[in-house]
Ligand binder design. Structure first.
Ligand code: AOF
Ligand code: ZN
Length: 372
């Protein structure tokens, strides 16, 4: 039986866990609360960043002697391995915790229930599954990385009511309203990288930086530009504005890009070409970004790159703004051919949220790929 105090504690632990957003990758976000023998809040903690102490260890330290005989409420199964830090299970047993309420097991193959077994063997009462849906959603980037070794990619698009991204001449400033554009700035600030294609760089000369007056920290996401030729026209804003820029090109192209690599913060990554397509192997790109510590990438690209990402099943979620304007059939589409001949084969979303954003609508959801 789970008490009301434990449910309240799990909600608090979830909130605490989310404070680690954007800093814990490749680790999960984790929060923990300790209740004393009488069910009163005695301490709490969360995992601040990869390499830092785990949530449980911080919570035990903050609760002090009250941990003994108390209950720990934690969003993830405690670890039982020696990684960058020691096993949480040992600390929990040593602290004399008598009951532990866990939201979800840790999908890391080193744990996957082993942590729970250790706690049970030590005589601790274990309950699992409380608010598990919420913790799973919170750690979608972590779970996805364990399953695929890739970064999580969110595709952001601003559309007219009739599904166009720009007028026939390519002009698109500003389809979405001021409020939506500010929301996009916050979205950029919450991810570790922003991705676009060379076509967008040539056409718009964007900076792709975060410009928010009220941002607590102006952490700039890494900017990634994908190109099959290394041709950026006369556009320099993305390269000359402060922060790290990764130019992703096919093997052999880096040698032509010396005028960019001389700029502080700019690096060139080479990848093999994707068989049968014009561009680089994007799966390799997202494996390398993940290995580089980039958990989540926001893609703001034109129809070519967006189409390739979707065709290669690399878009994990979408954030689509629809604005109350109509651009007609001559307007630019969001995607090129996706090979969908029948409604049965439409790309569908799950875990959808839909809300107003000023005069626009924002629809977000995770892409469902059919196994084939
Ligand atoms: C927990 N509590 O707060 C976190 C956990 O290298 P380390 O020592 O930081 O271990 C990383 C692994 O530990 C990570 O892959 C995940 O399985 C788990 N993360 N576990 O008990 C925490 N962050
Ligand atoms: Zn741990």
């Amino acid at each position: 039986m789970i008490s009301q105090a434990e449910t309240r504690a799990m909600k608090k632990a979830l909130k605490l866990a989310a404070y680690g957003r954007g800093r814990t990758f490749p680790n999960p976000m984790v929060g923990a609360v300790i209740l004393d023998r009488d069910g009163n809040h005695a301490g709490d903690g969360f995992h601040r960043k990869c390499g830092a102490p785990h949530a449980e260890v911080i919570a035990i330290a903050s609760a002090g002697d009250a941990s003994s005989g108390g209950t720990m409420v934690v969003t993830l199964e405690p670890c039982c391995h020696h990684g960058r830090t020691g096993p949480c299970t040992d600390e929990i047993i040593r602290a004399g915790i008598s009951r532990i309420v866990i939201a979800t097991t840790d999908p890391d193959p080193r744990m996957s229930g082993r942590g729970i077994k250790q706690l049970e063997s030590a005589g601790i009462e274990v309950e699992t599954g409380l608010l598990s849906g919420k913790t799973r959603a919170l750690n979608r980037v972590y779970r996805h990385y364990l399953e695929t070794s890739r970064s999580w990619v969110t595709l952001k698009i601003a559309l007219s009511l009739d599904g166009r991204t720009a007028a026939a001449d390519g002009s698109s400033r500003w389809i979405s309203c001021d409020k939506s554009r500010r929301r996009v700035q916050r979205m950029r600030a919450s991810v570790q990288a922003v991705l676009t294609g060379a076509g967008t760089v040539r056409a718009d000369d964007p900076e792709l930086t975060v410009r928010l007056n009220d941002a607590p920290s102006q952490r700039q996401p890494v900017r990634i530009v994908v190109s099959s030729t290394g041709d950026f026209g006369d556009s320099w804003n993305i390269f000359r504005s402060p922060g790290r820029v990764i130019i992703a090109v096919p093997e052999g192209v880096a040698a032509r890009l010396t005028e960019y690599t001389g700029i502080p913060g700019v690096e060139v990554w080479e990848f093999p070409m994707n068989p049968g397509s014009q561009g680089i192997n994007l799966t390799s790109l997202f494996e390398r970004t993940a290995a580089d510590g980039i958990g989540e990438i926001l893609c703001e690209a034109g129809s070519d790159l967006s189409t390739r990402l979707l065709n290669d099943k690399l878009v994990d979620s979408v954030s689509i703004f629809t604005a109350p304007v109509i651009l007609g059939g001559e307007g630019r589409p969001a995607f090129e051919q996706l090979g969908i001949g029948n409604i049965e084969n439409a790309v569908r979303l799950e875990n959808i949220s839909s809300r107003r954003s000023g005069s626009d609508f924002l629809t977000e959801g995770c892409v469902v790929y059919r196994a084939d």
